[in-house]
Design a protein around this ligand. Structure first.
Ligand code: HEM
Length: 282
């Protein structure tokens, strides 16, 4: 049985330590004091706090997911498919957690959102650099998405690097080519800083892989992990779209876009397009 620590702070051997010379080892690792003092609401509305924290939580999940996809990309380049699969599967669970974090914002009324919308000024998730890195890793490259970050050298440099590097999907297609599958040279040698355009030959490659799952067990598993990622990114975009529609109808966005109409177009895009279209040919 543990006993309650005495006034000197020294408890029995079963109790956690209370005595640290400086900050706690937990604090040194987690930096909770920093993390929990980064919330500076700009209005008096009590609902703004959860809007701000949900956004920060999503930024943290974006950061973890970028880390996983970079790990997966590197592992694929080195032909370490199990390492890539582990990272992709972790990212699937993380995307599920990310998507669940819509709950507190999913049912805002226009009046509730209006209570602090003015305080956001021109701030918009559109300006999220970590979200852009996620999109770049998925193959959705766009040099113009660097423009908003010209004033932030570190962020800009990270985005520029991500723009120039092969995406996760580029690494997948290179792996398929190394496995002897007929991925066209033009796809393998494409300029990685440009948006990936779907290719009928790549669609045929995936259709062939899926048509013979016994022969291609590992690649089917890879294709399915990528499909899980694609589905969950699509779900994030659609949950965002519906939350936005509920909170502000068809008003223009704080970032200057047409709002819901603009988001609808973005949400229509398929991640890893051939993994979806190939299914019609299996
Ligand atoms: C209910 C609350 C929200 C509303 C009403 C809303 C509204 C919008 C609108 C209208 C846009 C289009 C750009 C613009 O003109 O601003 C946008 C973009 C975006 N928002 Fe939100 N948003 C909400 C919550 C969030 C949260 C919590 C995040 C998390 C980081 C987020 C991330 C993004 C991202 C990444 C984009 C760019 C999407 C793209 O480039 O395709 N939003 N949002």
């Amino acid at each position: 049985m543990s006993t309650f620590p005495d006034a000197s702070g020294a408890g029995s051997v079963d109790d956690p330590n209370l005595d640290f010379a400086g900050t706690t080892p937990y604090e040194d690792y987690v930096r909770a004091d920093v993390l929990t003092h980064l919330q500076h609401p700009r209005s008096d509305d009590p609902g703004e706090m959860v809007f701000l924290v949900t956004t920060q939580v999503m930024e943290l999940w974006f950061t973890v997911i970028v880390h996983e996809w970079e790990t997966a990309g590197r592992a694929l380049r080195e032909d370490r498919v199990p390492v890539a699969m582990d990272a992709l599967k972790r990212s699937v669970r993380e995307l599920e957690a990310l998507n669940h974090s819509w709950r507190p914002l999913a049912h805002l009324t226009p009046a509730q959102f209006n209570s602090y919308r003015g305080a956001l000024g021109e701030g918009s998730g559109f300006q999220s650099a970590m979200y852009r890195r996620m999109e770049f890793l998925l193959g959705e490259k766009s040099a113009s998405m660097l423009v908003p970050h010209r004033g932030a050298p570190r962020v800009h440099a990270e985005l520029e690097k991500a723009l120039q590097e092969p995406s996760l999907y580029d690494e997948v297609l290179r792996l398929l080519a190394r496995r002897g599958l007929p991925v066209p040279e033009a796809v393998l040698r494409r300029d990685p800083s440009l948006r990936y355009e779907p290719s009928p030959e790549v669609e045929r490659v995936w259709a062939g892989i899926y048509a013979d799952p016994d022969q291609n067990a590992e690649l089917v598993r890879l294709g399915e992990a990528l499909s899980d990622v694609a589905e969950l990114v699509w779900r994030w975009r659609n949950d965002h779209l519906v939350a936005t529609r509920r909170a502000m109808g068809s008003k223009t966005g704080t970032g200057g876009s047409a709002g819901v109409a603009w988001l609808e177009k973005r949400a229509q895009k398929n991640v890893f397009p051939e993994l979806w279209t190939a299914r019609s040919h299996v």
